[in-house]
Design a protein around this ligand. Structure first.
Ligand SMILES: *[C@@H]1O[C@H](CO)[C@@H](O)[C@H](O)[C@H]1NC(C)=O
Length: 312
């Protein structure tokens, strides 16, 4: 640990999830398996949506974009963690750390908007089925998705603009396996209380706000289905409860990371695993594999790929 006060920190050291070698090996193998599954599952979803013209509908574009974001989110943190565990060389450059935080917030912000768009898509499909095609047309969808990326980008720029001028004079250890604002700010030379508050207010309130918005809209949809129950209640219930569990799993950790007031108890780094390794697997499984059209399209795509391999 460098305690010198006049040199700037040029790199940070990740303390990782655990210091015990057997546990590290366990995490190493588990995260390798999970990451391979995440890459395969989400790539399959993205390719299926892109190449099957039957799936060129808003709902599937939303799913494809969600899978793409999940894939990026995972790729931003998990391979670095795997290589750190494998090589024992667990440092990240100052710029690498800032880059990781920036992309993390672009992706996280966009994913939140995409999840809202998906809830809205379900709301229109279930509560206004006759108007579905006019309300959720390709233009609306494109607007929602470009909105998602723009909002994610702006959110990230605003957050990073505040912290980019912080100076760091050591220590340079981050008690986690990736860079994020709360721990980064804690390491700066000056008292950073106001900055921490700003991050909690921005990221934390966005997480909590989106979380409640989604939960309330799902409850509203459920209530509508229940009132106009036409025998399809159990199907709607199972779809919506799957959506709700993804929402809880995704937002729970976010809320914890940004609003948890006791930084000495590092639960947040374990919860972050949910966002980088569990929801990216669950999303394709829950939203996609339960969908009949999607399954048919995937089978067609894999048949085509096999035939192509036989021919060449
Ligand atoms: C994301 O959405 C856009 C706009 O609707 C669509 O054109 C694109 O194919 C989608 N991307 C993926 C990976 O599904």
């Amino acid at each position: 640990m460098s305690e010198t006060n006049d040199t700037d920190v040029s790199e940070f050291v990740f303390l990782g999830l655990s210091t015990s070698r057997p546990i590290q090996n366990f995490i190493l193998s588990l995260s390798t398996v999970f990451y391979v599954a995440i890459v395969l599952g989400n790539t399959l979803v993205v390719l299926t949506v892109a190449f099957d013209p039957h799936l060129h509908f808003p709902m599937y574009f939303l799913l494809g974009n969600l899978s793409f974001i999940d894939l990026c989110l995972s790729t931003l943190t998990v391979p670095k963690m795997i290589s750190d565990l494998y090589s024992g060389h667990n440092t990240i450059s100052f710029h690498g750390c800032v880059f990781q935080m920036f992309v993390l917030h672009v992706l996280g912000g966009s994913e939140m908007v995409v999840l809202i768009a998906m809830a809205w898509d379900r709301y229109v499909a279930i509560c206004k089925p006759l108007h579905y095609l006019t309300i959720m047309n390709p233009r609306t969808c494109l607007l929602l998705l470009s909105g998602a990326w723009v909002i994610g980008f702006l959110h990230s720029v605003v957050q990073l603009a505040f912290v980019i001028h912080l100076r760091f004079c050591g220590p340079n250890q981050i008690d986690s396996f990736y860079c994020d604002l709360p721990r980064f700010i804690k390491l700066s030379c000056k008292d950073s209380y106001r900055m921490e508050f700003m991050v909690a207010a921005n990221s934390g309130i966005i997480s909590i706000g989106t979380f409640f918005l989604l939960i309330v809209s799902y409850i509203f949809i459920l209530f509508t289905v229940w009132k106009h129950s036409s025998g399809d209640l159990s199907k709607a219930l199972s779809t919506l409860s799957a959506h709700i569990s993804v929402v809880v799993l995704f937002f729970g950790p976010c809320i914890f990371v940004y609003m948890w007031p006791f930084p000495t108890v590092p639960v947040d780094k374990f919860l972050a695993i949910l966002d980088f390794m569990i929801t990216p697997i669950l999303n394709p499984a829950i939203y996609t594999l339960r969908n009949k059209d999607m399954k048919v399209a995937m089978r067609k795509l894999s048949d085509q790929l096999l035939r192509f391999r036989k021919m060449s």
